[in-house]
Write a protein of this length. Structure first.
Length: 367
């Protein structure tokens, strides 16, 4: 199904055609005989249909001076936010290449110049292309959304953490007041956000934050989004949920979530993330339908009206029905043509989670 990103609705058909044509031009750096090159082509096609409102034929193209001149001309005077959001799609399309040629990062610089934007993630792409993965990981943590200490402190307060967070993935395992707030969700009304996330934790064997053995509060915060967006808890579901989060955050640095998640679960350039909760497992974007699911998650995130990470207190919505919360946050539905198993789908839970969770609160077994 063809969709149009809310940010791009003000663009003309010609502007969107030029933007997508240059995106296809990036495929000169890939190789369709390699999995990552073929995945790049499918991702660009998915971006065209899910975000730019264009079903474009996959064709030979080059990013040369003529294309970049057209890009510069067509986007002169367009709002900086729109130009920057568009540029991040170019960056995403290059970051999934494995290996990532240095020439690709040079092309990104030229595209940024044509669009008149400055973006720190070009440097991270360059470090990836040079194999400097440790430096890139450090820069991603420092320059990304979660690298702002004031924002992390604000997030800690909204997550009801009773200490000052200095690290976004700092564990809070001795916070009985916070733990009791999570445990009390059992008594929220049937079908409410609070009751459903309590069942979600029970069924998967997850440990509520605030006690020993629990995940850090930031990872717990993202669990609410799994439920609201109906993204499952397999690796493919994590690709979707973090793509949604990174796109919903108004701050342009929210893009760091997309960089992290493709670096974990597509290229494996990032060994771990989330305080060690998420570890590298390559090649998941290569699976059939995953480029389309990622692009759709970006589309849904762009429609959301709230910073879903450090800009919301989900406990305020605990007694509301999930569909009502979705309406308030403008979380639109998935593209119905995609095969994206949800939280309560038989394939929406891992074997490990089935083994360690309470079967009463699990999705039915497949078949």
């Amino acid at each position: 199904m063809i969709h149009l990103d809310p940010d791009f609705k003000t663009l003309s058909k010609k502007q969107r055609d030029v933007a997508l044509g240059c995106l296809y031009g990036l495929t000169q750096h890939g190789n369709e005989n390699r999995p990552s090159g073929l995945t790049q082509i499918h991702l660009i096609h998915a971006i065209g249909t899910a975000l730019l409102g264009i079903e474009h034929d996959i064709k030979e193209a080059r990013v040369d001076q003529i294309d970049l001149t057209s890009l510069e001309h067509e986007f002169e005077g367009v709002a900086e936010r729109i130009r920057h959001r568009l540029f991040q799609l170019y960056t995403l399309a290059e970051l999934i290449l494995d290996p990532l040629p240095e020439q690709a990062t040079e092309t990104l610089k030229h595209v940024a110049e044509a669009l008149g934007v400055e973006d720190e993630f070009i440097e991270i792409a360059r470090e990836y292309s040079q194999g400097a993965y440790g430096i890139a990981a450090s820069d991603l943590a420092r320059k990304g959304y979660m690298g702002n200490p004031d924002l992390v402190k604000k997030g800690g307060r909204l997550m009801h953490v009773h200490k000052t967070l200095t690290d976004p993935f700092e564990v809070d395992d001795e916070d009985p007041e916070l733990l009791n707030q999570w445990l009390a969700l059992e008594h929220c009304p049937k079908g409410s956000l609070g009751r459903k996330i309590w069942e979600y934790y029970q069924g998967r064997g997850f440990v509520f934050t605030g006690q020993k053995g629990s995940v850090n509060p930031s990872i717990a915060q993202h669990d609410w989004i799994h439920l609201l967006c109906d993204y499952n808890t397999t690796i493919e579901g994590e690709l979707e949920v973090f793509s949604f989060i990174g796109s919903a955050i108004p701050d342009i640095k929210g893009f760091s979530f997309l960089v992290a998640i493709v670096s974990l679960f597509e290229t494996g350039r990032l060994e771990s993330w989330g305080g060690g909760v998420l570890n590298a497992d390559k090649g998941h974007l290569d699976l059939p339908g995953m480029p389309e699911r990622l692009a759709d998650a970006i589309r849904r995130g762009r429609s959301c009206n709230k910073d879903v990470m450090y800009g919301i207190d989900y406990f305020e919505y605990k007694n509301m029905q999930i569909d009502d919360v979705r309406r308030i946050l403008n979380i639109v539905g998935k593209d119905e043509e995609l095969d994206s198993p949800g939280v309560w789908h038989p394939n929406g839970i891992t074997a490990y989670q089935r083994e360690h969770g309470n079967k009463k609160y699990q999705p039915p077994l497949p078949g």
